[in-house]
Design a protein around this ligand. Structure first.
Ligand code: B12
Length: 452
C-alpha cells in the first residue's frame, strides 16, 4: 500500500471552473488498488498555492505525487498573452522538489498531447499518456518493487472498456465548490473518438475507438451524484456525445426510465438527428448542445477533414430550434484551404443559423502528432523542430489574418449571440456571473423572439 497525493493543477475559471474529473477517476482507481489517496485541488487554494502544497505534503506524507494537467493554453490566437498555464505548473514542481524527494508523476489531457515536451519542461520523474486508472496502479507497483520502468507510459493495447470503468471519487468539498461556482458538475460516459478531424487531439488522448460505459452504470453514477450531493445539472464531457451506434440514446432512455431528473448538456456533432430523437434527449433532461460545427463552408470543412457539409449544420440547427434545445456552434476560421472567398461564404452561412449562439476562433492551435501539424510543416508555417509547447496557430497561407479578423468582427457587430473574439464573450459572461447567473451562460445570449 502506498500513499499518493494527487494534485489538480488547473486554476482556470473561464469559461467556467470545471470539476477535476480526471483526478477523481484516478483517485477512485488507486483506492480500489488498496492505496491511500489525498486529492488537492489548487483552484480551491488559489490564493496560497505554495503553502497549501507544503501543508498537504507535511500532513499526508505521500510516497508519490501525481499531478493532473488539464490545459496548456486557451487555444485562442486572440487571447491575452498571459494564458499559458505550464509556467505556473513548473513553479509547482520546483516547489514540491524543494520540500519532498518523492517521485512526481504527470498525467491529464494536456500532458497526453505533448508528453515528452512537458515531462522535460517540468522536470518531473514519470508521466502517463491517456487514461491513467490501470497504468498508474501498475507504475506505482513497479516503482515500489524496483522493477525497471520507462519514464513515459503510453496507452495500453487493451484500454478500459464496458464493465471495467471506474466511478469517479467525487469529494464533497470540491462538489460543493464547483456546483456553487459553475452551476454544474461533469461526467464522462464513453472514451475515444473515431472521427478523423485533422487538427484534433482527442484520438491521441482517448484513442480512436468509442468505448462505452453501459447505460445502467452511467445512470447509477448520476443518481449517486444527485442523492449524495444534490447535483441536478451536468455536462457530459464525451468528445462527441452522439455516436453513430445510437448508444447515447440508450443513456437518455435509461435516464428517463430511472427518473433521473437531471438537466444536462454535451458536445454534439452536427449530423443527421431525427426530431423524435431530439424529443427523447430533451425528455431525458438535455437543455443545451455545444455543437462542433468547426468550419463554416464546405471547402473549409474539407480542409479540416470533416465528413459533413454546411447544409448538415444548418439542418441540425433547424431541428434543434424545432425541438427548443439551445445550441452554440463553434467555428474556426483560417484553417487549411481557407481563402478570402471561403471567409465571405462562411460568414454568409453563419447568418443563416438562427436562434443560436456562435463562437468563432481565428486560426487553429497546432498540436503535435495531428494531421494539421504535418500540413503546417509541409507548408512552412512552422519548422519541424518546433516543440509546440508555446501556442502556434495555423493560418491558411491563402488568407490574410488581419483582413479575416476584421471581416468577422464586422459581420458580428452588435449581435449579442455572435461572439468574436472569445475575450469579448468572456467579458459578457463575467458580467452575467456578477449578476449571479451560473451555467453555460451562452444560452443567455440567445434572443428567442428575434429571428437571428
Ligand atoms: C469536456 C471538455 C471541456 C468542457 C468542460 C465541461 C465540464 N463542465 O467539465 C468545456 C467546454 C467547459 C471546456 C473548456 C475548456 N477547455 Co476543454 N475539453 C474538454 C474535453 C473534451 C474533455 C475533458 C474531460 O473532462 N475528460 C474526461 C476526464 C475523465 O478525462 P481526463 O481529464 O483526460 O483524465 C484522464 C486522463 O487524462 C488521465 N489523468 C488525468 N489526470 C491525471 C493525473 C495523473 C497523475 C495521471 C497519471 C493520469 C491522469 O486519467 C484520467 C482518467 O482516465 C477535453 C478533450 C479530451 N478529449 O480530453 C478538452 C480539453 C481538455 N480542453 C481544452 C481547452 C483548451 C479548454 C479551454 C481552455 C478552452 C477555452 N478557450 O475556453 C477551456 C478551459 C476550461 C477550464 N476551466 O479548465 C484542451 C486542453 C489542451 C490545451 N491545448 O490546453 C483539450 C484537451 C481539448 C483540445 N483542444 O485538445 N472543455
Amino acid at each position: 500500500m502506498s500513499r499518493i497525493l494527487l494534485i489538480s493543477s488547473n486554476t482556470t475559471t473561464e469559461p467556467m471552473p470545471v470539476y477535476p474529473l480526471g483526478m477523481a477517476l484516478i483517485a477512485s482507481s488507486l483506492k480500489q488498488g488498496g492505496h491511500a489517496v489525498e486529492q488537492l485541488d489548487l483552484l480551491l487554494n488559489f490564493k496560497n498555492i505554495p503553502s497549501s502544497v507544503t501543508c498537504s505534503i507535511a500532513q499526508f506524507d505521500p510516497d508519490f505525487i501525481g499531478i493532473s494537467i488539464r490545459n496548456i493554453d486557451t487555444e485562442d490566437s486572440l487571447a491575452p498573452e498571459n494564458t499559458w498555464y505550464l509556467a505556473d505548473i513548473k513553479h509547482l514542481v520546483e516547489h514540491i522538489r524543494k520540500i519532498c524527494q518523492k517521485p512526481i508523476i504527470l498525467g491529464g489531457p494536456a500532458f497526453s498531447i505533448m508528453p515528452e515536451q512537458i515531462l522535460e519542461y517540468l522536470n518531473a520523474d514519470f508521466g502517463i499518456v491517456g487514461e491513467g486508472e490501470i497504468s498508474l496502479n501498475k507504475l506505482i507497483y513497479d516503482i515500489s518493487n524496483k522493477i525497471k520502468t520507462k519514464k513515459i507510459l503510453y496507452p495500453a493495447q487493451t484500454p478500459i472498456d464496458q464493465k471495467e470503468f471506474f466511478s469517479p471519487f467525487y469529494e464533497k468539498k470540491l462538489v460543493d465548490y464547483y456546483f456553487d461556482q459553475s452551476g454544474m458538475l461533469n461526467y464522462q460516459t464513453k472514451r475515444g473518438c473515431p472521427h478523423g478531424c485533422n487538427y484534433c487531439s482527442y484520438p491521441l488522448i482517448e484513442g480512436k475507438k468509442f468505448r462505452h460505459q453501459t447505460p445502467e452504470f452511467v445512470v447509477d453514477n448520476l443518481i449517486r451524484l444527485k442523492e449524495k450531493f444534490h447535483v441536478d445539472t451536468l455536462f457530459f464531457t464525451d468528445s462527441v456525445f452522439n455516436d453513430r451506434q445510437d448508444r447515447y440514446l440508450k443513456i437518455a432512455e435509461q435516464m428517463i426510465k430511472r427518473k433521473c431528473n437531471i438537466r444536462w448538456a454535451a458536445y454534439f456533432r452536427p449530423e443527421n438527428i431525427k426530431q423524435d430523437e431530439l424529443k427523447l434527449l430533451k425528455d431525458s433532461g438535455l437543455y443545451a448542445m455545444e455543437v462542433g460545427s468547426d468550419a463554416a463552408c464546405d471547402v473549409s470543412l474539407k480542409g479540416i477533414n470533416k465528413s459533413f457539409a454546411f447544409e448538415d449544420i444548418f439542418t441540425f440547427n433547424e431541428s434543434c430550434i424545432k425541438a427548443k434545445i439551445f445550441c452554440a456552434h463553434f467555428f474556426m476560421f483560417g484553417g487549411p484551404k481557407e481563402t478570402k472567398m471561403t471567409v465571405i461564404e462562411g460568414l454568409k452561412n453563419i447568418e443563416r443559423l438562427k436562434k443560436c449562439a456562435v463562437f468563432v476562433f481565428s486560426g487553429i492551435r497546432i498540436l503535435p502528432r495531428t494531421g494539421l501539424h504535418k500540413i503546417a510543416v509541409e507548408e512552412g508555417i512552422i519548422s519541424s523542430n518546433n516543440d509546440l509547447l508555446k501556442p502556434c496557430y495555423y493560418i491558411s497561407p491563402l488568407v490574410d489574418k488581419n483582413w479575416m479578423d476584421i471581416k468577422i468582427k464586422e459581420a458580428f457587430h452588435k449581435k449579442k449571440d455572435r461572439v468574436f473574439p472569445m475575450e469579448e464573450g468572456l467579458m459578457r459572461m463575467r458580467a452575467l456571473k456578477i449578476f449571479g447567473f451560473k451555467g453555460l451562460l451562452w444560452d443567455r445570449l440567445i434572443n428567442h423572439k428575434k429571428n437571428t
